[in-house]
Design a protein around this ligand. Structure first.
Ligand code: FAS
Ligand code: PHB
Length: 399
């Protein structure tokens, strides 16, 4: 059968994935006069509706604000001085502003994604949703390209100077890196998170990370009227095996045991899902004309609230690097991108593993004593608390 001719478009940077990494990269490149086309396999509505991260580091807020994307954060974000760490009978507040001079912000990824889509549409940027068969070609030449099938079945090609994989954990970009140069590290944890969104005012002013013999629990939030909570559950947990009553009872036990005068307000659960816990890094983040950013390059367990912030951090490095290369031929930042990004990635990988290991319980009583000892130290030692604060509140993008 004669293949239909591919319609071909031409741009400077072809971006695969319209999640926060892809749309923020296109936004920042546009501010440097660099043209992009973004292709996305899901619909815009699907991407917008995904319930994911909830915490922005100060550096992320500063970058988004400087890029003209801060109005939503200023109007609806909630600045937090720190978090609570607790175990049965004890709850301790760590004040990041006192400890390291930086705060964090509660502003959901869905809100970040909304702000990026609004900015993208206002600028008339090309984002093609609903594509299939995405494939990357000629990445080791000066004419790399991306081919795909559009939602209405047309075969298309984008020719670019550079291709950036912002296609998350399951996109094609990772494996487009030649096996001869790529290296991966991975750790799967022996537990998952059951996450719920509930139409009820939070029962705390700042996030509570709770160690408990029954398992870890986290009280987060999305607004003054919406709570976001998580429970450690075994891998393979069927979310339907957890009734709303069972969820609220477990959360009350794990977050309230021995905390006099405190109780958890329950309310209608509007979303619940089970999230597996994984650490993953792929190196390098660049080979010839292919770059990786965000979850396409790394995954962290959400305990350290780093996933979205790492994606923003990668793009904060990559956008100026590509702009320098494509506008003035200066490749120095592009050549340094992978090594620079990986330093911060591994710091966040370690912190996310450390928080996860400290707070998630196993059947091993020796582990439990180690965890409680670490929690007592972190909440009573200025040095221990500052170490957690420095990492949670976020290190400079160039770290
Ligand atoms: P994303 O995965 O957001 O975006 C990648 C995009 O590429 C997707 O829209 C995908 O559809 C698209 N794509 C994939 N294959 C493609 C193809 N072949 N062609 C075209 N497009 C393709 N982080 C936290 O900090 N806290 C949390 O609580 C938290 N919860 C999470 C819950 C879940 C279920 C998941 C999956 C992640 C969670 N994360 C959390 C991490 C998350 O926030 C990511 O770090 C963040 O979405 C990273 O953004 P991107 O790199 O843009 O990847
Ligand atoms: C969230 O609000 O979704 C959230 C907050 C902190 C985390 C993980 C998730 O560590």
């Amino acid at each position: 059968m004669i293949q239909p001719a591919r319609a071909t478009a031409r741009t400077q940077v072809a971006v695969i994935g319209a999640g926060p990494a892809g749309l923020l990269l296109a936004h920042l490149l546009a501010q440097d006069g660099i043209d992009t086309i973004v292709v996305e396999t899901r619909t815009q509505e699907y991407v917008a509706a995904r319930i994911r991260a909830g915490i922005l580091e100060s550096a992320s807020v500063e970058l988004l604000t400087a890029a003209g994307l801060g109005d939503g954060i200023a109007a609806h974000g909630d600045e937090h001085r720190g978090i609570y760490l607790q175990w049965p009978g004890e709850r301790h507040h760590l004040d990041f502003v006192d400890l390291v001079g930086r705060s964090v912000w509660v502003y959901g990824q869905t809100q970040v994604q909304h702000d990026l889509v609004v900015a993208s549409e206002a600028a008339g940027r090309a984002v093609i949703y609903g594509v299939t068969d995405t494939a990357l070609h000629d990445l080791d030449t000066d004419r790399p390209s991306v081919t795909f099938t559009t939602a209405d079945g047309a075969s298309e090609r984008i020719e670019a100077d550079v291709v950036v994989g912002c296609d998350g954990s399951f996109g094609p970009s990772r494996s487009a890196m030649p096996a001869s140069v790529r290296r991966t590290w991975e750790r799967t944890y022996p537990y998952s998170w059951l996450g719920v969104l509930a139409d009820v005012a939070p029962s705390t002013d700042e996030l509570i990370y709770g160690w408990h013999p029954d398992g870890f629990a986290l009280h987060s939030m999305r607004s003054a009227d919406v709570s976001r909570l998580y429970l450690q559950v075994p891998n393979g947990t069927d979310v339907d095996a957890w009734s709303d009553d069972r969820i609220w009872d477990s959360l009350q036990t794990r977050l309230g045991e021995g905390i006099d005068g405190w109780s958890l307000a329950a309310g209608p659960i509007t979303e619940k899902s089970v999230l597996p816990m994984r650490s993953f890094v792929q190196s390098p983040l660049r080979h010839d004309r292919l770059f990786l950013a965000g979850d396409a390059a790394h995954i962290v367990p959400p305990t350290g609230a780093k996933g979205l912030n790492l994606a923003i951090g990668d793009v904060a490095l990559l956008a100026p690097a590509l702009a320098a290369w494509l506008r003035s031929g200066d490749r120095s930042l592009a050549d340094a991108y992978s090594d620079t990004a990986l330093r911060r990635i591994w710091r966040c990988e370690h912190f996310s593993w450390w928080m996860t290991s400290m707070l998630h319980t196993s059947a091993d009583p020796f582990d439990a004593q180690l965890q409680l000892s670490q929690l007592r130290w972190v909440t009573s030692s200025n040095a221990g608390a500052a170490g957690l604060a420095e990492n949670y509140a976020g290190l400079p993008f160039g770290f």
